[in-house]
Design a protein around this ligand. Structure first.
Ligand code: AVI
Length: 320
């Protein structure tokens, strides 16, 4: 059985499990196929999606402060990135390290092989001498295999508010795995989207051009393409909500009528009642005290929260 077959089967199983549960759900990690990657790149450039440009500016401003603990040690180190994507922001850090002639190996981890290929090619252009070791797969697998574990110090990056895409229990378990994979004095740079005016948050997940809507609906399209589903996309509405207490922005696809959907790969028909939601994604927002509490709980010390002037976003440097 090859890797693709296995992955398709896991996708099919996850869809079966998600659509069979009382609150129908589809895991957000399946947004990112070739089409989803392109849509996400378009989201990152949207005026409403403040996250990417804000974090970009933070990294540009504070790159030396963030990296010098590793860059100035005189020893080679590993730069490991969970959810690297197209690496737009990380290029700022890599460019700095290259300019400083620091010896390091970059291990970008992403579920999408497409974006990793793009990233590797781009990096060769901006920094030909950079050593890149891409890892295609889930965080879970990558943290188990630890292909970077060669005894050198590690700075792990978990940028872009990717951590916010995990529901509380999974998020804490993931952080345990991250913590277990790091040694004393290793670093972890976590990107947190901060709690703010709910209107700004909601607009970021409900943009005027409808790119986020298409991104959400691509989950159904992907099921149609890969699993032989017959979802009719115009019968589902993209519906994000933001809860300022929990900081959770949740996205749903709401069935606009009573309907049945058949999925060939599962040989199964799913019933949708009128107005029934499918929960597709959580994007959690944090307060600074939440970040402190989380780091302590997981055995880290917050060295510094690097923030923009409006305190929209924090790249929080934790040390084990
Ligand atoms: C990848 N992740 C951090 C994005 C977010 O903001 O939660 C995914 C996204 N979903 C809708 N827009 C962007």
């Amino acid at each position: 059985m090859n890797h693709t077959t296995t992955y398709d089967q896991i996708f099919a199983q996850d869809v079966l499990q998600g659509l069979s549960s009382p609150l129908k759900t589809l895991p957000s990690k399946y947004f990112y196929d070739e089409k989803g990657d392109k849509l996400f790149q378009a989201i990152m450039a949207l005026p409403e999606y403040y996250l990417t440009r804000t974090e970009y500016a933070i990294l540009e401003t504070y790159k030396a402060q963030i990296l010098d603990r590793f860059a100035k040690s005189g020893k080679p180190f590993n730069l490991v990135e969970l959810g690297a994507g197209n690496g737009l922001k990380t290029k700022i850090l890599i460019q700095y390290l290259c300019d400083q002639k620091v010896e390091f190996t970059y291990f970008p981890i992403d579920i999408s092989g497409y974006v990793l290929k793009e990233l590797e090619e781009d990096l060769k252009e901006i920094c030909p001498q950079v050593k890149v070791h891409p890892i295609t797969g889930t965080y879970r697998h990558a943290l188990k295999d630890r292909e970077w574990d060669n005894g050198s110090p590690t700075l792990m990056l978990f940028l872009g508010s990717n951590y916010g895409n995990f529901l509380e229990e999974d998020a804490k378990e993931l952080l345990d795995r991250i913590s277990d994979s790091l040694r004393i004095n290793d670093g972890l740079l976590m990107g947190f989207d901060l709690k703010k005016d709910p209107e700004l948050i909601l607009a970021a997940y409900n943009d005027a051009q409808g790119v986020t809507r298409d991104f959400n609906l691509n989950l159904l399209e992907r099921i149609n393409r890969e699993l032989g589903g017959n979802f009719e996309l115009d019968k589902f509405k993209h519906w994000p909500i933001y809860d300022p207490v929990s900081g959770e922005c949740k996205s749903f696809l709401v069935s606009l009528e009573e309907q049945q959907v058949f999925i060939e790969a599962l040989n199964k028909t799913f019933q949708f009642t009128h107005a029934e939601p499918i929960f597709t994604e959580v994007s959690k927002k944090y307060g600074l005290h939440d970040i402190d509490a989380l780091s302590q709980e997981k055995g880290f010390k917050v060295e510094k929260n690097f923030m923009d002037d409006e305190a929209f976003f924090s790249d929080s440097l934790w040390v084990k």
